[in-house]
Ligand binder design. Structure first.
Ligand code: GLU
Length: 236
């Protein structure tokens, strides 16, 4: 089982992502990584095979990883050996994602994308989802996620960042777990509640095929028809 964390809000995102990943280490993993929006409004990736402590060292070496929005991942390899390049996050040109689970029809989707001229860096099923999101991106993240979700078979929790939306994190799940934490002016996604307990005790349970949008103004949920839904706030 891997771990997912995501954050948007006023605090330094790299600290929150690294702390969150450390809180998810008990789930087991072979590599770790983060992606964040830098001050240059670009998405930056730092990832490595090995422990969260090794990732922390790499983050320390970055001259400027000041950011208020990002996603992080501890990987339990299912498709492609544990390696730096197979570690998450994975990207297309305009989209970066972390993924927990297995995309059963990834070969068929990969063949389709290759036939459209796409090339792949890793051996993972996850990169296929990143590239498919990028291929289908129409400027509207929710429509794009919904249309990709309809093509996926298997299990997934996805944390997603679009280059055009620098303070937002999007997430969706089917089978794999994901919760959404909320506090004043900030919100989180995580595979499990303990990863965010030092920041908030208030959270929502994301249900199958629901999509959540995180922004510093709060969270909003839609179902697979993109209809807005209200959810019950839980307290840990
Ligand atoms: N199937 C993906 C991979 O092998 C995700 C594995 C996980 O849940 O960590 O990269």
């Amino acid at each position: 089982m891997c771990g997912i964390i995501g954050y948007t809000g006023p605090l330094e995102a790299d600290n929150i992502l690294l702390n969150g990943l450390a809180g998810l280490e008990y789930r087991g993993y072979d590599s770790a990584g983060i992606a964040y929006f830098g001050n240059d409004s670009k998405i930056h990736l730092i990832k490595t095979v090995g422990k969260v402590a090794a990732l922390k060292e790499l983050v320390k070496q970055e001259s400027d990883c000041s950011s208020h929005c990002g996603i992080g991942h501890t990987r339990w390899a299912t498709h492609g050996e544990p390696s730096d390049v197979n570690s998450h996050p994975h990207s297309g040109t305009r989209v970066t994602i972390v993924h927990n689970g297995i995309i059963e029809n990834y070969m068929e989707l990969k063949d389709f994308l290759i036939s459209k001229g796409r090339t792949f860096l890793s051996d993972t099923d996850t990169e296929v989802v990143a590239q498919l999101l990028d291929y289908k991106y129409n400027g509207n993240p929710l429509e794009t996620i919904d249309s990709v979700m309809a093509e996926l078979k298997g299990s997934f929790a996805l944390g997603i960042m679009f280059k055009d939306f620098p303070d937002r994190v999007f997430a969706v799940r089917r089978e794999s777990p994901l919760i959404v934490g909320v506090a004043e002016g900030e919100c989180f996604i995580a595979s499990d509640v303990p990863a965010i307990l030092q920041y908030t005790r208030d959270y929502y349970l994301l249900d199958h095929d629901e999509i959540v949008t995180l922004s510093p103004d709060g969270v909003s949920f839609v179902d697979e028809h993109l209809d807005p839904i209200e959810k019950e706030l839980q307290t840990a």
